[in-house]
Design a binder for this molecule. Structure first.
Ligand code: PMP
Length: 307
């Protein structure tokens, strides 16, 4: 495949049929989003945030883009902004993986750290503060910007429908950080399959199932507030997955499927298997694997490092 720029390689990722024994003979398909050039599902968002900002006039020549992020959105935004030579400042809570921060910097972004204990809420506040001090700046704000679910409604959802011609999808299972992926894809799939169940996934330590907020090792999912995008859909249920379960499926995926998947992918697979327990025989479940384990090697994702 000949391409003229790296942006042409965003999207059209493979959909893998997993070779796993699932309850009730469910078939589980995973969209492998680590195949995007920036290595995650968030490349789709980066492009949409920048293009929408340009179209609406919020981004002009030389506008500084400022965004709070756990990492992958930062990489997606920095990648998309590079094409328009826009300066990028990313506000990242310290706890997130070094690999993601190194990649953001390599793309030309500046990183501003906020304390881990202030979470993403602290990063959002800091981003707004920086924007107030910076002339000609713009905060796309993935947590509220409709361009976030829209990115997935326009690209990821339709790709899944195309990947599975003539096959009804019974359930869609995806993790939520901002909720953009889950909501946008759910809307696209339910346009075609209105009865499809939509199940989101959070790590233990997130609040959607009424749990108490605490730190977790699973990165990219888990929220301190209910994502505003959830108002646009019916969430059939929320599966809360422990770090241990998420990481054991990360190891299973490498060992059995040859897939290097990040911890939110492991959590998604653990949740998909739970969802299968309550579906009729031979149901079809689609899930998303948002990124690769390679960006978590420094966090001992395979658990092989000497203690
Ligand atoms: N998994 C990973 C690894 C991520 O980086 C993100 C984005 N923070 C998600 C899942 C969740 O995506 P969304 O923000 O669209 O809910």
């Amino acid at each position: 495949m000949l391409v003229e720029n790296i942006y042409q390689t965003i999207g059209n990722t493979p959909l893998l049929k997993l070779d796993i024994e699932a309850p009730n003979n469910a078939k589980i398909y995973a969209k492998l989003e680590m195949f995007n050039p920036g290595g995650s599902v968030k490349d789709r968002l980066g492009v949409n945030l920048i293009e929408n900002g340009l179209k609406s006039g919020k981004i002009k020549n030389g506008t500084t883009i400022i965004e709070p992020t756990a990492g992958n959105t930062g990489i997606g935004v920095a990648l998309a902004a590079q094409q328009y030579h826009l300066p990028v400042k990313l506000v990242v809570p310290e706890k997130f993986s070094q690999e993601k921060q190194i990649l953001m910097k390599a793309l030309g972004a500046e990183i501003i750290h906020t304390p881990s204990e202030d979470g993403i809420v602290g990063a959002i506040a800091k981003a707004k503060e920086l924007a107030a001090e910076t002339d000609n700046s713009y905060v796309p704000l993935q947590f509220e910007n409709p361009a976030n679910p829209e990115a997935y409604y326009k690209t990821l959802g339709p790709e899944i429908i195309k990947d599975l011609p003539n096959q009804k999808i019974d359930a869609f299972v995806a993790g939520s950080g901002s909720g953009g992926t889950f909501v946008g894809v759910t809307q696209a799939l339910q346009d075609k399959y209105p009865d499809m169940k939509a199940i989101t996934v959070e790590p233990e330590g997130s609040i959607l199932n009424g749990g108490k907020e605490h730190s977790h090792r699973t990165e990219g999912i888990g929220v301190e507030f209910v994502p505003p995008f959830f108002k646009s859909i019916t969430v059939d249920s929320v599966k809360t997955i422990s770090d241990d379960d998420a990481f054991s499926y990360v190891r299973w995926l490498a060992d059995n499927e040859g897939v290097f998947a990040g911890s939110s992918s492991g959590a998604a697979l653990a949740a998909a298997l739970q969802v299968a327990e309550n579906l009729p025989e031979n149901s079809t479940i689609v899930t998303i694997f948002p990124d690769s384990s390679e960006r978590y090697l420094s966090k001992n994702i395979y658990g092989d490092e000497e203690k």
